[in-house]
Design a protein around this ligand. Structure first.
Ligand SMILES: Nc1ncnc2c1ncn2[C@@H]1O[C@H](COP(=O)(O)OP(=O)(O)OP(=O)(O)O)[C@@H](O)[C@H]1O
Ligand SMILES: [Mg+2]
Length: 296
């Protein structure tokens, strides 16, 4: 049974895609896990471009060929039965990928057919919120982990991601500004869980997943001084530790990951002292990830 984990933060550029890409690759290559990555970032499709650069031209052109998550939402909006097949692509790094579709930007629950029946409307809201879960269920027996990268916005797509997940993590730069993204991520998880609890009472016989759990922030692009976090970053780390929680292991800011992004390879393949340091940090982070988001 796959353990599903969402990488979420309302703040952009904090390392969601970098964390998701490296942890997925490390789970696959060093822990022999079967991993599926789902890209729901409709604006950048960053992880799709990282795994399968050829798809980025399609992405920039406004749509992806084949059956994507957008196809599923369109089925829902037009009142058709939602079929669960969706294109899964293999990658060189190991994980399989459900690629991003820019048309997901137009997904909104407001496109569901309206009705003056509260019961019918509740069912529509539910069908929308649970759509990603419905699609991913067919992969639960095929993979050990399903990791979901997301767009930095509390959209209806992100609500679907939260509902579909067992766990959520929130990558963060350890500065005051970006740690705001952690608080809003926790709020969004609580909102979705409260909505699900309510709708559970409203729709008899509804089978729901266990609520998504917030596992913690994840320090990305951290800065050290003399082998320890800089004082301001350490203060932020401690604050997060006391509030929602933070992974003990973090990744430092540096050229290894920049070069890896430029060459579209994992940092594990980049040579040099900094890349080796960051590779080890990702290995340690992945080991902690397995402990905090255990396999079902
Ligand atoms: N530790 C690091 N050291 C140096 N550069 C990094 C590090 N981590 C990430 N980066 C770079 O920072 C940029 C932002 O990272 P990333 O794309 O992972 O953030 P994101 O949260 O996914 O952004 P978005 O919200 O736009 O999707 C990327 O260019 C990435 O290569
Ligand atoms: Mg991203």
């Amino acid at each position: 049974m796959a353990t599903r984990v969402g990488f979420i933060s309302e703040k952009g550029g904090v390392g969601k895609t970098t964390a998701c890409y490296h942890i997925a690759t490390c789970l696959s290559q060093e822990h022999d896990k079967d991993v599926l990555v789902v890209d729901t970032d409709y604006q950048r499709g960053g992880i799709t471009g990282r795994f399968l650069p050829d798809l980025i031209e399609h992405f920039r052109g406004g749509e992806l060929p084949g059956t994507t998550l957008n196809t599923k939402f369109q089925q829902l909006y037009s009142g058709q039965r939602v079929t669960t097949e969706v294109d899964v692509r293999e990658t060189q790094e190991g994980p399989d990928l459900i690629a991003a579709d820019p048309r997901l930007a137009q997904v909104t629950v407001e496109k569901m057919p309206g009705s003056n029946s509260i019961r019918v409307n509740n069912q529509h809201l539910w069908n929308h919120l649970s759509l990603l879960d419905t699609v991913l269920r067919r992969f639960d027996d095929e993979y050990d982990y399903i990791l979901i990268d997301s767009h930095p916005d509390i959209s209806d797509v992100l609500r679907c991601v939260i509902y579909a997940c067992d766990y959520c993590v929130s990558p963060v730069k350890l500065d005051l500004q970006s740690t705001i993204g952690v608080a809003t991520a926790v709020e969004a998880i609580n909102e979705v869980n409260a909505d699900v609890a309510m709708i559970h009472h409203a729709i008899p016989g509804l089978v729901r997943r266990d609520p998504a759990q917030f596992v913690g922030a994840m320090g990305m692009m951290s800065r050290e001084w003399g082998g320890n976090l800089k004082q301001t970053e350490w203060a932020e780390f401690r604050r997060l530790q006391r509030s929602g929680g933070i992974f003990e292991n973090y990744v430092t800011e540096g050229d290894g990951l920049r070069q890896a992004a430029r060459d579209r390879v994992p940092v594990f393949q980049v040579k040099g002292a900094n890349a080796e340091k960051q590779s080890q940090q990702f290995r340690d982070l992945t080991t902690e990830f397995i402990t905090k988001c255990p396999q079902k």
